[in-house]
Design a protein around this ligand. Structure first.
Ligand code: AMP
Ligand code: MG
Length: 405
């Protein structure tokens, strides 16, 4: 490997190193109530046809469509079939059964006419006011799924409809990857917590809440270790605790300043450093290493840099640990609305807002003062990528976009 102590490595190479180091966590079985947002670790097959019987999709009358040759048609109502009950008999010519949504269709019926297009008639009959085609308002058996169909796959994230599917095919429990345990510490003698008035020279810790929130959004179990002073012993103590988890993130203290002790402290604690600098803007000083099964990120202290490195490098590692099919997150192409410029040499991840003009995705750059401009970053719903060898991208050119969640 190139010496990344002096030479920043390209983003793609950093991502490759991170994804190679990340391994998927063990599988466990959890009830559906604990499975939301987690990643499926097994293949799911249906246990029966769905629907299991031809069923009414409307409240109305089950009938033979051929009986509606002349309208209105009066049919004898032979029974009432609520959802959850089998019909006690079929229907013959000139007959109909009152039927509720979800109820099984009686033998002989080939359509349901909705209640609103009927009216009661003398002598226990119903008057059908409009014709229906054969099959109308009926879901045939197995229309949605056939018994034995493969419907969910390892790597699928468990969204609300997928949890519904699991229940509908008889899975009260499901195999998922263990939730990653992540420790987060922020470093800096200048930092105070949000509830404090900063003394002269101090600033509030914004990385702690921001990074923790994003980690939780990704599905991690986060331990916030708080603010650590810029002292090697304090850092080492924090690192020792954090290394027990699946991932440890530290923010700040990874630049070239006299008080940037993070990398040294990591090495003292036996962390193998895999890279130290990445050719990315913002976020060049980005440290990555591992010890045993714990992955370690030293995020740059500047608020936007720390969130960008989290999004571009740490989030893919977490997704891979959780078993995601596509660890790199949602990417797309979009047309840049306004020209942007940069000093070439590093890949830019710049804040933008996405919009759609018909089928065309467009991204509008948000003016930013750079790696400390959390306000500009807070307005972005996407980062668009300016390749390292480009000094500008013109309006109308296509760019790659990383969608922020
Ligand atoms: P560092 O990487 O420690 O040199 O920090 C770079 C810049 O980010 C400095 O201006 C720090 O004051 C600022 N910074 C570091 N950590 C935080 C934090 N947790 N919240 C907000 N700003 C921070
Ligand atoms: Mg610092």
């Amino acid at each position: 490997m190139k010496d990344s102590r002096t030479n920043p490595i390209p983003v793609e190479e950093a991502l490759r190193i991170v994804l190679q180091a990340a391994t998927s966590l063990p599988i466990q079985s959890v009830p559906l109530s604990e499975a939301s947002g987690r990643v499926l670790a097994e293949e799911i097959l249906t246990d029966a046809d769905q629907p299991p019987f031809p069923k009414a999709m409307m409240d109305g009358f089950a009938l033979r469509s051929a009986d509606l040759g002349r309208l209105p048609a009066e049919l004898a109502v032979v029974e009432e079939i609520p959802a959850g009950r089998l019909p006690s008999r079929g229907i013959g010519p000139g007959e109909a059964s009152r039927i509720m949504t979800g109820a099984p269709l009686p033998e002989g019926a080939d359509a349901v006419q909705m209640m609103e297009r009927t009216e009661p008639a003398e002598g226990g009959k119903v008057r059908i006011l409009e014709a229906v085609a054969p099959g109308a308002n009926i879901a045939p058996r197995g229309q949605e799924m056939r018994s034995g169909d493969r419907i969910l796959f390892p790597g699928d994230r468990l969204t609300a409809p997928r949890l519904g599917l699991l229940a509908s095919v008889g899975h009260p429990e499901v195999s998922v990857r263990r939730i990653p345990a992540v420790s987060l510490a922020v470093t800096g003698d200048e930092l105070v917590e949000a509830g404090k008035i900063p003394a002269p020279g101090q600033i509030r810790n914004s990385n702690g809440p921001a990074v923790a929130a994003r980690l939780r959004g990704l599905g991690a179990q986060v331990t916030e270790m708080g603010i650590v002073p810029d002292r090697p012993e304090a850092l080492r103590e924090t690192i020792r605790r954090g290394l027990r988890d699946d991932m440890l993130l530290l923010s700040g203290g990874v630049s070239m300043g006299d008080r940037d002790f993070v990398e040294g402290a990591l090495e003292e604690e036996g962390v193998e450093i895999l890279f130290r600098k990445v050719a990315i803007r913002p976020g060049k000083p980005a440290v990555f290493g591992r010890k045993g099964s714990c992955l370690v990120f030293g995020l740059p202290g500047n608020p936007v840099s720390s969130l960008v490195i989290l999004e571009v490098l740490a989030a893919p590692a977490l997704r891979k640990m959780m078993g995601h099919e596509d660890p790199e997150g949602r990417r797309m192409e979009a047309e840049l609305v306004e020209e942007v410029r940069q000093h070439p040499g590093r890949t830019g991840y710049l804040p933008g807002t996405l919009s759609f003009l018909g089928a065309l995705a467009r991204v509008r750059p948000i003016p930013t003062r750079g790696s400390a401009d959390l306000l500009a970053h807070s307005r972005a719903d996407a980062l668009f990528i300016v390749p390292a060898d480009r000094s500008s991208i013109g309006a109308g050119e296509r760019v790659r976009v990383l969608v922020l969640e």
